[in-house]
Design a binder for this molecule. Structure first.
Ligand code: ADP
Ligand SMILES: Cc1ncc(COP(=O)(O)OP(=O)(O)O)c(N)n1
Length: 297
């Protein structure tokens, strides 16, 4: 396990839903934390009956047990970074936001709304609570394109749209706003994620893998960012390391036969931490290392 400069083992908490299929949610987050050498803990907000074909049932847990899990881990184990994913219902969102207002570590908010198969993981009426309560807490927010659209009202089809939406998310309170590019039209050969922070855009890209094995990619990216932050990485370095991890995880699982639908990614990867990341540039990960390129915006 990775030790922080004061000698303690790096710790990450995920507050998210359970995916019985093991590719997304809590299960993906804990596997990812482990691969970063970070001790993972969980607060379960909802239980889903889910596999690679779809989501068969969703059961949000009461706010009281969500709060109790959080207090249990906070009062004994502590954490160096927190990631939130599927949040359950509005009562749980308020309980989580109240609890997080008192913490002193980086928070990654992945505003999970819809599963790959189209099933709702957040009721549309609860999106306002995510905007009002969760985005202002986010050191890093990581919506995909449809989620960024719902949060900002900006249609997100292209990289330029994603860049505008990322800037709007920063106005809503996210310190680093990452709009993920898995769903962008005409994105070509690269899967490009755009980050807005402090008036500048930075793009992280990797070859787009022609694969259906992309279940849980968003959960994995956001927990990888949180795990890197728990090790003490700076935000852009953490996002880069997460990009390397998810890119390797997707590429490695492309020929897997786990499930008959959108299969999971291969979490048994090692992240690559780049030496130096500068805002306002593009970085392309080729599976081994990052290369710098001009910003395509
Ligand atoms: N086919 C793919 N090949 C390579 N990277 C991908 C692919 N699909 C998604 N990604 C990357 O996986 C991460 C999650 O993206 P996305 O699919 O947009 O999120 P979500 O799973 O939340 O819908 C992003 O870094 C994105 O660029
Ligand atoms: C329990 C649970 N949480 C989140 C998701 C969505 O995960 P994501 O990484 O966005 O991946 P896909 O659903 O798009 O494959 C989930 N499915 N279940």
């Amino acid at each position: 396990m990775f030790r922080r400069p004061d000698g303690h083992v790096a710790r990450m908490l995920t507050i998210a839903g359970s995916d019985s299929g093991g590719g997304a949610g809590i299960q993906a987050d804990l596997k990812t934390a482990h691969q970063f050498g970070v001790y993972g803990m969980s607060v379960v907000t909802a239980i889903t009956a889910q596999n690679t074909v779809g989501v068969q049932a969703v059961y949000p847990l009461p706010a009281e047990i969500v709060r109790a899990q959080f207090e249990s881990v906070r009062d004994d184990l502590g954490f160096d970074a927190i990631k939130t994913g599927m949040l359950g219902d509005r009562a749980a969102i308020h309980a989580i936001a109240d609890a997080l207002a008192g913490v002193d570590c980086p928070i990654v908010v992945d505003p999970v709304m819809i599963a790959k198969g189209g099933e709702a993981l957040l009721q549309p009426d609860d999106v306002a609570a995510v905007i009002e309560r969760m985005l202002p807490l986010a050191d890093v927010a990581t919506p995909n394109a449809p989620e960024a659209e719902r949060l900002t009202g900006i249609p997100v089809r292209s990289l330029a749209d994603a860049a505008r939406a990322a800037e709007a998310l920063a106005r809503l309170g996210a310190r680093y706003a990452v709009v993920k590019g898995g769903h962008l039209d005409g994105a070509g050969d690269l899967a490009m994620d755009v980050v807005f922070h402090g008036g500048a855009w930075t793009v992280f890209a990797a070859p787009r893998v022609p694969s259906r094995k992309t279940h849980g990619t968003g959960c994995t990216l956001s927990s990888a960012i949180a795990a890197a932050l728990a090790r003490g990485a700076r935000p852009l370095e953490a996002i880069a390391a997460a990009k390397s991890f998810i890119s390797r995880a997707i590429a490695s699982a492309a020929d897997w036969d786990v499930g008959s639908g959108h299969g999971p990614t291969d979490h048994s990867q090692c992240p690559v931490f780049p030496d130096h990341i500068e805002a306002g540039r593009m970085y392309v990960f080729d599976g081994r290392q990052f290369a710098e390129a001009a910003l395509p915006l």
